[in-house]
Every structure is written in structure tokens, then in C-alpha cells.
Design a protein around this ligand. Sequence first.
Ligand SMILES: Nc1nc2c(ncn2[C@@H]2O[C@H](COP(=O)(O)OP(=O)(O)O)[C@@H](O)[C@H]2O)c(=O)[nH]1
Ligand SMILES: [Mg+2]
Length: 453
Amino acid sequence: MNININQNKDTIAAIATTPGYSGIGIIRISGTLTYNVTKKILGLIPKNRKASYLPFKYKNNIIDYGIAIFFNHPNSFTGEDMLELHCHGGPVILNTLLQYIISLPSIRIANPGEFSMRAFLNKKIDLVQAESIIDLINSNSLEFSKKLINVFEGNFSYKIKKLIGTIDNLYSHIEAMINFPDDQLEQLSNDTIISTLDNVISIVNKLNKQVTNNIILRDGIKIVIIGRPNVGKSSLFNALIGCNNAIVTSSPGTTRDVLRYYINLDGITINISDTAGIHNTNNFIEKIGIKHSLKEIKTANHILLVVDSTICEIKKLNHIYNNFIKIVNNIPITIIRNKADLSHENISINKLEKYHVITISAKLKKGLDLIFNHIKDLYIKNNYEFNNVNKHRYFSILNNVILHLRRGKENYLYCDILLEELKYIKYYLDSIIGNVYDNKLLDKIFSKFCIGK
Ligand SMILES: Nc1nc2c(ncn2[C@@H]2O[C@H](COP(=O)(O)OP(=O)(O)O)[C@@H](O)[C@H]2O)c(=O)[nH]1
Ligand SMILES: [Mg+2]
């Protein structure tokens, strides 16, 4: 879809229900010509926003009897005149009616998400609410749906709008102090400026957390198992998922493809990947496997780095893990000391420098509960930050907001710099709810919707 603002003057129509045979099927029409279409099909304009049982006609033939609802603008989903025709859900009925409707002058089929986009452009919903609709339709979990309804109701947007108000006030107050130094303006103390910025930072951090939690509910947590060959990665993978999906052998370099499986941990989907052992090799196929491992690492939320406890000394963290830690970059990592049955180490969880180290035996399936509880502590009980969430639009924007809040705070003595930072903060907050947007962004968001939504 390519957004052309003039297109928004067209009257649009679409079948809003899934194709196929069903109890009912709904056709939606929106735009200035809806009135004419309604007259053509129903022969009258039904009472505003009241369900009316009527014959539906095309070219003066009755094709169906159903419920029609006319919504007079601006009190409709799109903010325009709208008609909903609830027909019997047969493809012939729906398609005949739709074809007839779009054969009328200046009426066309709606693009995917075009009804919702019009609702946004006509300020019936903001961008956050629009995006919650698509997630709500695609949601696979009741927990996530509940959160989305809250977002759809405007609670998230309300918090953003309040922040925009705070930033606006601060901006105009400082600007007035600069422009009219002689006026009897109440002077903002440095403490007030700092505490206002601190307060906004703390709220934005909370919102970021909320977004992160919602992403976890939506997408689950991706855990990637990595390590050198033969340390027991595939054995651990099998043990965690509870079945023997990965081939385990004593010969190094067995795993070449990335294997993925998901399990459910307290209602959260955990996507686990087993990867090829990373080391220097001349084997052509293994090299491809390692390339895939490195790619998989980049998309992980958390890494389990497996080491063989019979070979690898506990304390030599830097020496042993440095290369891996470089590869993993800033994704959180937990070190798994495997083969405890051979090294006779205790099954346990400890902290070594900034890393958690869990000692287990994948072969004997001992210590798995320590890993599961560790993941729950980190992500499900909510006391840890995700470093690798980048799929959500708000996440990076909120991070930008925090960046500029911090810069503003550092430079609060220099009013012009502070004002510049406040402008950025306002811009980013505005862009979350769609007070500022470009057509490319709208295109990206609304093209994900289905036709008729
Ligand atoms: N004794 C013992 N052997 C293990 C353990 N985990 C894996 N192994 C053995 O180590 C070898 C390599 O295991 P595998 O899971 O294929 O390692 P990968 O190459 O890292 O995927 C196999 O012979 C496994 O049976 C363990 O906890 N204890
Ligand atoms: Mg393997």
C-alpha cells in the first residue's frame, strides 16, 4: 500500500470477515458516498447506529436479508459515514454485493488497514491504539489480550500525553525566562528542573518496562545455546525441551543446523535454539553451521554458554569466555558448566564476576530446574532488563527519549541546550502516539492489517 492522502477522500468498501462459508459475513463501507450506497442497497437510510433487519438489493434484485447499521459521521470507527452490512456468510452473497458496491461511481476496494488508518487520520484513535488493534487480532494469549485492551482504551497513550504536557510546560517556562528576563515570572529553580526531568525519566523507564513485558507476552523469550563443540549443547537442548530432537554423539561437530523448539514456562513461550559448536575449523559444512550460529546469537534475548566442566576451570573466566563474550556482545549470558557428573562439582548456581554460572549434568538431567528458575527470575518475575528487544517501535523511541532526558539533565545550566533536548524529547513522545508521523511509517504500520480492518 502506498499512502496518498487524496485517496482518503475516496469511499472504500471491503469484506471485513474471513473468506469462506460462515454464519455471517460483514461488508463495511466508509466515506462520503456511503449515504448513496446505503440508499442503493437498502432503498432507505436506517436509523443512525441502530440495527435494522432489511433486504439487501443489488441492481434491484434482493440477494439477501440481513442486519444493516448506518453510522453517521463523526460517530463511527473511521470518523466518516459508515455502513455495515451483516449478510449470511456465503462467498457468492458477499462478493456479489461487494462487486456491485464498487461498481458504483467513485467507490473502491479498501487497502489493508485502511479503515483503521482513516480512524487514525480522523483522530478517532491514536497510533498506539491503532497498533494495539493489530496485536489484539493476532494475539495468542489471553494475558496479552488483556494488556492490549488496556492499551486500546488509551491508558498507555494517556501516560505519554501527560509526559508531553510536562515537557511542554517546562519548555515554555524556560523559554519565557530567557525571552522575558525582566518579567515577574516565577523562576524555576535548578532543583525543580532536575526533579522534573528525573520524574519523567522514571516514568519513561516504567513505560519501557511495560512495553518490554508486553513484547515478552507476545513473542516469548528466545534462548540460544552456544559453546565449543562437544560440551553438551545438544544434550542440554534435548533435556530442556524434554525430548530427543537434537542428535547427540561423542564426535565433535555433530550439530550443523540451528534447531529450534519452544516450551511454555509459566505462560510465557520460551524459544530455545541449539547451535553448531563455535571454533576454528576447516570443515566446509561446519563453517556454514557456525555462520548460522552467529546469526542466531544476534536474535537472542538470552544466551546459555555451555562449557565442559571437566576441561574448563571455574575461575578462568576471562581466558575462556572472552571470545564468546565478544561474539555475544551485550546480550545477557549465563554460563552453564556441564558434565558435573564427571567433574564431581555440585549442581548449583553461583555468581562469578557479573555472570551467573549454573553447574549441571545434561546427561543425567540434573540442574535443569536451576536453569528454569533462573530464567523465571530474570524475565518472568520482572527484575531484569531485556537488552535485545528491538522489534517494537516504542522501545527504541523511548530509549531515545531517555537519552535526551539524560542529556538535558547534564546540561540543565545551559538553557539553549536544555531547550534543544526538550524539543527532541517532545518530538519522540509525539511520534509514539502519532502527533507527528510520515506516510512511510503509516504505510509500515497499517499494511500489516487485514483488508476490512
Ligand atoms: N558424562 C556426561 N556426558 C555428557 C553430558 N552432556 C553431554 N555429554 C556427552 O558429551 C558428548 C557431546 O554431547 P553433545 O550434546 O552432542 O554436545 P554438543 O556438541 O555441544 O552438542 C556426548 O557423548 C554426550 O553424551 C553430561 O552432562 N555428562
Ligand atoms: Mg550439538
